[in-house]
Design a protein around this ligand. Sequence first.
Ligand code: GRF
Length: 214
Amino acid sequence: MKKIVVLISGRGSNLEAICKSGLSKHIECIISNNPNAKGLDFAKIYKTPSAIINSKLINNKELFEKQLIAVIDGFTPDLIVLAGFMKILSPEFIKYYQHKIINIHPSLLPAFKGKQAQLDAYNAKVKVSGATIHLVDELVDNGAIIAQGVVDISKCCDDSEVANNILELEHVLYPFVIKQFIQGKINFANGVVQSQVQASDFEELGELKQHIFI
Ligand code: GRF
């Protein structure tokens, strides 16, 4: 059975969606760099081990990552899932887990990188935005694109409406992609994304299948 570790920093709504979709049995550990992350509640709810490595108490990045590696390696995961993890990881860390770390970003990358992707999309008056799941490499919001979900934001009145609409799709996209990985239908072990996801696999998404691209 494939094993995953999820890294969070805050709310954890993507983590909740992943757990709710039946994937919690694959989660070996939920790790937060923030002891007050609301997302840690889901470790209790879904009876998943959790760990806190308080980045505020360890103001040395190397030491912080050393501790993170010690915890992660204890679980030998096949996949490390960043779900609202707000620490930028060093190139050394990323190299250590090469082609094993994925992230979700609330825009159609490579457009609107950075922390205010939804606001930037709103201000740019683009008609569609969405979410991207990508392999993590040493550049921020970069790395091979695994999947994207497209959202109509043409009628949104402000950036929070944009964010909410995208988040709703994230909650479908992230579990779906992780599930395909677990089932061996998506592979990126050599850094190149290969997908054997079939049209029939999208059926479970109902109407949303038209918005998701792998
Ligand atoms: C999401 O918008 C995700 O795209 C971004 O951080 C946010 C995390 O939200 N990387 P949550 O903690 O999963 O609710």
